[in-house]
Design a protein around this ligand. Structure first.
Ligand code: AMP
Ligand code: GLY
Length: 430
């Protein structure tokens, strides 16, 4: 089978690495990919994975490439091409593609859509209102004493959520998005949610339009610095599983979210095939959905796919074909930890082109995989090329062992200005 993966981050490296292990795959391309992806080889025939220089949002070129190479399944990593309707475009052209179509991708591309859907179908979420005018928005924020999350409706590179602790701050946030248009058209509408306290976790469910298969829980670390200090980032590290929900509680939480979700999709005529990734707050009044994403998390994918024992091609095929009901997900009993190594300055401005040393030594460690995110090749050397540079991932018999192994590998790797959190998975071990 010939596959194309779209994207270039750590998530896509993990997808390619896992897909390359499938005996079903004879050729695998990635657009645009990265250096780590280009180093992967297929288990079936030792063929190299080929990176093609087409951007993840260049839909016409991706379509032409898939047609030319007779790609049998395209796998979409990031949110933007999904929101742009890549799945619909490929389907119209009779090409098989994995991911939600444009209507289904609205769960991520519009927070107003998601909030209304959750309220209509009884999915547990924060008390919230949706607004397009500043006056009523401010009145609602005042009713929450300003303790709220003000969220731009559309995709805003992960920066569209402003957490407020008082009325003046909430008013500023509302003005910034609705009046000053800090996020452009993505901020034409907003959602204001009450501020929820608790432990935040990630859920993932693989869906095929009828059935949703829940993954184990994982937890991301969104702030740049140890102890959840510093600025919000794309994610500085993950681990899986978390100790915060027992098997029974996870199944119960899954039911409370996924049953109304699937029912709502049927009522609204939404055919959701892909990953539904709800961000969850475990509050004292039970789990509440903060937001939906319609794709794999990054760096959640790195810990999920290192634990997943199924053939990923078979799972994605079942998701596209609507046959997930016949599939059972199998997870390694081991735990996985991913430590993100980032460029100095991230999530603010950062330099690029810093040579990375120690990758070969880290690669020799057992049960360890270094996923590339922002890397490039320059004069025969691997150099930094983004904010999040590497996702150093390790398996261990338990979380402590996985954490120790991931940090042992991270210590072998260096580049000028490298920064990483020292407390990934610490909350689980307290
Ligand atoms: P979102 O993109 O909607 O998940 O928001 C980004 C981050 O803001 C989340 O990962 C949470 O840490 C935080 N957040 C979002 N909504 C709330 C809320 N209602 N209460 C507290 N924190 C929130
Ligand atoms: N882990 C955060 C995200 O993928 O959105």
């Amino acid at each position: 089978m010939k596959l194309l993966v779209i994207g270039s981050g750590g998530r896509e490296h993990a997808l390619v690495w896992k897909l390359a292990q499938s005996p079903h795959i004879t050729q695998l391309w990635c657009a645009p990919g990265n250096v780590g992806i280009a180093q992967e080889r297929l288990v079936k025939n030792d063929a190299p994975v080929e990176c093609v220089n087409i951007g993840a949002e260049d839909l016409p070129k991706l379509l032409a490439f898939a047609q030319e190479k007779k790609i049998e399944l395209t796998v979409v990593g990031p949110d933007n091409p999904l929101a742009l309707g890549i799945v619909d475009l490929f389907q119209i052209n009779r090409l098989r593609i994995w991911g939600p179509n444009q209507k289904a991708a609205q769960f991520e591309s519009s927070k107003v859509f998601s909030q209304n859907f959750m309220e209509k179908f009884g999915i547990p979420t924060a008390k919230a209102g949706t607004f397009s005018a500043a006056g009523p928005a401010k009145a609602f924020a005042a009713s929450l004493d300003g303790r709220c999350a003000v969220k731009a409706d559309g995709l805003a590179l992960g920066k569209g959520v402003l957490i407020c602790t008082g009325v003046a701050e909430a008013n500023r946030a509302i003005d910034e998005i609705l009046v000053s248009k800090a996020f452009g058209a993505a901020g034409a509408k907003i959602v204001i949610q009450e501020f929820l306290e608790g432990i935040e976790i990630s859920l993932h469910a693989l869906c095929d339009g009828q059935t949703a298969k829940l993954f184990p829980t994982s937890q991301d670390h969104k702030r740049a610095l140890d102890g959840d200090q510093g600025l919000n980032t794309g994610g500085m590290g993950t681990y899986c599983p978390t100790p915060f929900l027992s098997e029974t509680e996870l199944a119960e939480t899954g039911r409370k979210i996924l049953e109304p979700f699937m029912r709502g999709c049927a009522v609204e005529g939404i055919d959701f095939r892909g990953i539904l990734y709800p961000g969850i707050m475990l509050t004292k009044n039970g789990p509440k959905v903060l937001e939906f994403n319609a794709r794999f998390g990054d760096p959640e994918t790195q810990v999920y796919l290192t634990r997943l024992e199924n053939d990923l091609v078979e799972l994605l095929d079942a998701s596209v074909n609507g046959t997930l009901g016949k599939v059972e997900l199998k997870w390694s009993p081991r735990a996985s930890v991913c430590v993100v190594m980032a460029s100095g300055g991230y999530p603010g401005g950062y330099p690029k082109g810093k040579p990375i040393r120690g990758l070969d030594e880290a690669a020799k460690l057992p049960d360890t995989k270094v996923f590339h995110a922002g890397t490039a090749s320059k004069d025969g050397q691997i150099v930094t090329n983004g904010g999040r540079v590497l996702g150093v991932t390790a398996l261990g018999k338990d979380l402590k062992a996985a954490q120790t192994a991931a940090y042992a590998a991270a210590e072998k790797i260096c580049f000028e200005g490298a920064q990483f959190r020292r407390d990934i998975a610490a909350k689980a071990l307290e």
